[in-house]
Structure formats: C-alpha cells, structure tokens
Design a protein around this ligand. Structure first.
Ligand SMILES: Cc1cc2nc3c(=O)[nH]c(=O)nc-3n(C[C@H](O)[C@H](O)[C@H](O)COP(=O)(O)OP(=O)(O)OC[C@H]3O[C@@H](n4cnc5c(N)ncnc54)[C@H](O)[C@@H]3O)c2cc1C
Length: 451
C-alpha cells in the first residue's frame, strides 16, 4: 500500500471523495489538517495532449490523479495536424476534425512544386484540428475517467530530500495560494517546463515557431479546402520549413527556425511573399509564437518525477510533429506508473519509472527521432539540398514510405530493390542539385558584381 501521511499547510479545495465509484473504498481521511493517503497520489502538471493522456491512463488504472491546467480556455499555438493512427489509437471522434487534408504540396526554393499526395489511399488523410477543441476533449475524458482537474497555475514544485517524503505542489487557484502533497509527479507542462527546472533536468535547444492565422476571401479559402503547403528556402527558413495549413475557417501561415530566431519576423514575411497570390486580401486574426524542443532533455526521469511530451523534448525534426508523441508519451508514462504501483497500491521509485517508461519509450522511438534528425541535417541545410529533397519527394516510392511512417508511426517495411533505387536517387539528387546550386550561386554572384 502507498501509505504515507502528508501534512498540508493549506488544504486544497478537493473533493474528499474520489469521483470514480470504483475507488470509494480508498477515501482520504481528513483529521486535524492531516491527510492519510491510502492510494498512490499523482499530480500531472499541464493539461495538453501529454498531460491529459497521462491523467486518463493513471485514473483509469486506479491511481488518485490531479491534473493541473493553468488556462483551459486558450489554445496552444500549433498547426494542429495529427496522423491517421492517432484518431483510432486515442479514439478521437471524427466531428472534432476541421479538415481532412488529401492534397499536399512541397515547394522548392526555386518554386518547383511537387504533389506529395500521389500515393494516398482513399481512406488516408492528414487530420487538422483546433488545439482548443482537441485539448478540451482530452481533458474532459481524463476527468470522466476519474482524474480531478484543477484550473490552476503551478508556481513551484518542492522536491523532497528523502525517498519517504512527498513532493509538494504549490499552485494558485481562484487567486489563492495552495499546496498539494503527492507521491509521483508527471511534468507535462510544455517547452518552458517548470517541473523540468525543479528537478534540474537540463536544457534542450529550441526552435521558435511563428504563425499567423489568416481569414481568406471565400474563393481563396476554397483553394485551401483540403490542401496543405510546405515551402522550403533560405527566404522562409534557414533550417526548417514554412507552411500554409487549412483550419476550420482560416489558414495558419507560419515558419520556424533554430539558428536564426532573431530574424523570425522577416522569415514570416518571406513565406507570406512566397504564398502572396494565394493569401492576398486575407485578414490576420491572430499572431502567435512558441518554442519547439529540438531533442530530448538530458534528464527525463528524476526520483519520482517523469517528463513527457514537449517537457521531455519529444518533437521530431524535419516535420516538427509533437502532438502524437505528447499523447503517446503521456499515456505510456501513466500506464508505467499504474503497472509499477500495481494499480496504485504500492509506492514506486526512480528505477520503476526508468524501466517501465523511459526504456520502453527509447526502444520504440529512439531510431525514428535519430533518423529524422539526420534527414533534417542533410536536406534542410542549404537551398541546393532543399531542391534535391523536393526532387526526391516526387518519387512515388519515397512518398509511400514517408506517409506509411507518418500515418501509422512505424518504420515502413520497404522492398529491397526499391530501397536500393531510393538510396541511389537520393545520392544523385544531392550531387546534381549541389552542383546546380553552386552553378546558380556562381552565376548570381557574377550578375551582382556587374550591377
Ligand atoms: C506554431 C507551432 C505549430 C505546431 N504544429 C504542429 C502540428 O501541426 N502537428 C504536431 O503534431 N505538432 C505541432 N507542433 C508541436 C506541438 O504543438 C507540441 O509538440 C505539443 O503541443 C506538445 O504537447 P504537450 O502536451 O507536451 O505540451 P503543450 O501542448 O505545450 O501543453 C502544455 C500545457 O501545460 C500547461 N501549463 C504549462 N505550465 C503550467 C503551469 N505552471 N501550471 C499549469 N499548467 C501549465 C499549458 O497551459 C499547456 O496547456 C507545433 C508547435 C508550434 C509552436
């Protein structure tokens, strides 16, 4: 049994009965400002996809769960594109989807356009959702599984000095400072994670992503009905891509960079210039920016604290995808705690978290993350390499392999002969485009020197 006695300086406004009727035999006993806890208690900080999925798994598995979210009404800056497998795996109802993107184009620095959707099967599409809609759905589901949702800002996490003491969460709710003592903490509080700082998890490099939401005249919105565009080039990003994504009643136009953050606004002007003819006459309704982690943190588990989602650094290079990995890591971490504590009956330790969560996560995804990291380094570094990437994207085998990996989140098993052809094509595209690139740069310099 997770039997610990916690003294709370200020009792939180929490129901003394758990909401899950199955857990009614494990009520807290309140006695002279002391709580005797008979079940493992977990705090999940952050109610994005990572936190809600963690809280749902914990509560379903019998752990007393508190989910903290500071601003449930607002939307996290995000493109909102999720892969097909997430809809089934996380039972996302289809009415939450704003757009089913079946047309995708990639545009090279010299404006060569390649249709990326040539091999899509009739049931395949990229789902576009508004984050406010997705996040509030996932939070509600965590609540109905038995988690207690606290609309509160966590201001501090006090780490105990011994393995027998609780973690104390300091938070502000209804303009009142409160505290809550728990056995286990999941940090799902995004790229600026306070939990990560409290456990000295170390830093990661971040990119900055900048995005404008733009309402377009009807005919222009019609053009983007089921179409998403990706733009490559030094003018829009020196190390990432820029995008025009369709949303419910507007388009999201944005870009990201790690190495040129100070110039993010001029890069944004770059993408708006490249897409000008298609977005002209539009009205900007929102401007937003947010950091995107570039690699996992040096420490993701410390004591009885685990980091998930952006807080842990789980965003893939190349695509900047993080929603699925946030939800998946949250769920895996929640399930790991349930398993190690045998449904909330036993105390857990750092070794349990490392064995049941971290090792399983790394076994499943380390290679995918590394592979995309290498691809980004090879193809996003200069305009010549970007031209080669766009040329390669025209190949149907490359498209099938890319979408199989993206949609279904497993490394697609290819055909040896086609793989060999793809490798040769990659090398020859790079060689050709590097050569052409250098020639183009040389002739541009000649022209400039004559002016
Ligand atoms: C502009 C942009 C576009 C993107 N587009 C896509 C895309 O199209 N597809 C994709 O897959 N990924 C995309 N991403 C990445 C994706 O948004 C993240 O990877 C994903 O949101 C991570 O989810 P999370 O739950 O880990 O963190 P978050 O979504 O950041 O959620 C963290 C939550 O914690 C809360 N919180 C933080 N601190 C506290 C605190 N102290 N107390 C209480 N609550 C707190 C926040 O309010 C927030 O709700 C994009 C990112 C950006 C910036």
């Amino acid at each position: 049994m997770a039997t610990q006695t916690y003294v709370l300086q200020c009792l939180p406004l929490l129901p003394l009965k758990t909401q899950n009727p199955k857990k009614q035999c494990h009520l807290f006993k309140q006695k002279q400002r002391k709580l005797v806890v008979s079940k493992l208690r977990a705090a999940v900080i952050g109610g994005g996809p990572a936190g809600s999925s963690a809280a749902e798994a914990l509560a379903t598995g019998g752990v007393e769960t508190f989910l903290f979210e500071r601003s449930p009404a607002t939307a996290k800056p995000c493109g909102g594109a999720i892969p097909l497998c997430m809809l089934g795996e996380f039972s996302i109802p289809s009415h939450l989807i704003d757009r089913r993107v079946t047309d995708m184009r990639i545009v090279s620095p010299s404006n060569v356009v390649v249709d990326l959707a040539k091999t899509l099967k009739p049931h395949e599409f990229v789902a576009m959702l508004r984050r406010e809609v997705l996040d509030s759905f996932l939070r509600q589901r965590a609540e109905s599984s038995g988690a207690t949702l606290l609309k509160a800002l966590v201001t501090n996490l006090v780490v105990p000095t011994s393995s027998r003491e609780p973690y104390v969460i300091h938070y502000t709710m209804d303009n009142c400072q409160r505290q809550l003592a728990v056995d286990v903490v999941i940090g799902a509080d995004g790229a600026n994670s306070r939990v990560a700082k409290s456990i000295k998890a170390g830093n990661y490099a971040t990119a900055i992503a900048f995005q404008e939401r733009i309402t377009l005249p009807e005919d222009k919105m019609g053009y983007y009905e089921n179409l998403a565009e990706m733009y490559l080039g030094n003018d829009v990003s020196p190390d990432f891509y820029a995008w025009v994504f369709p949303k419910c009643d507007h388009v999201a136009v944005g870009t990201g960079t790690t190495c040129s953050k100070a110039h993010i606004k001029s890069l944004q002007l770059g993408i708006k210039a490249r897409a000008r003819s298609k977005i002209e006459g539009g009205r900007v309704i929102k401007v937003e920016a947010h950091p995107i982690p570039q690699h996992p943190r040096p420490i993701r588990v410390c004591g009885r604290v685990a980091l998930v989602g952006d807080a842990a650094g789980y965003v893939t290079k190349c695509s900047g995808e993080g929603i699925y990995f946030a939800a998946k890591s949250g769920r895996m971490c929640g399930e790991a705690i349930v398993k190690a504590s045998e449904g909330g009956e036993n105390m857990i330790n750092e070794y349990d978290l490392k064995r049941e969560y971290l090792r399983k996560w790394d076994d499943k995804y380390f290679t995918t993350f590394k592979f995309l990291d290498v691809l980004q380094k090879v193809f996003y570094g200069n305009n010549a390499a970007r031209e080669a990437l766009v040329e390669l994207c025209g190949d149907e085998y490359v498209q099938r392999m890319t979408f199989d990996s993206y949609f279904y989140k497993k490394l697609a098993s290819g055909n040896r002969w086609e793989d060999a052809k793809m490798a040769i094509n990659t090398i020859s595209s790079l060689v050709r485009c590097n050569f052409l690139g250098r020639e183009m740069e040389a002739s541009a310099q000649k022209i400039l020197s004559r002016v």
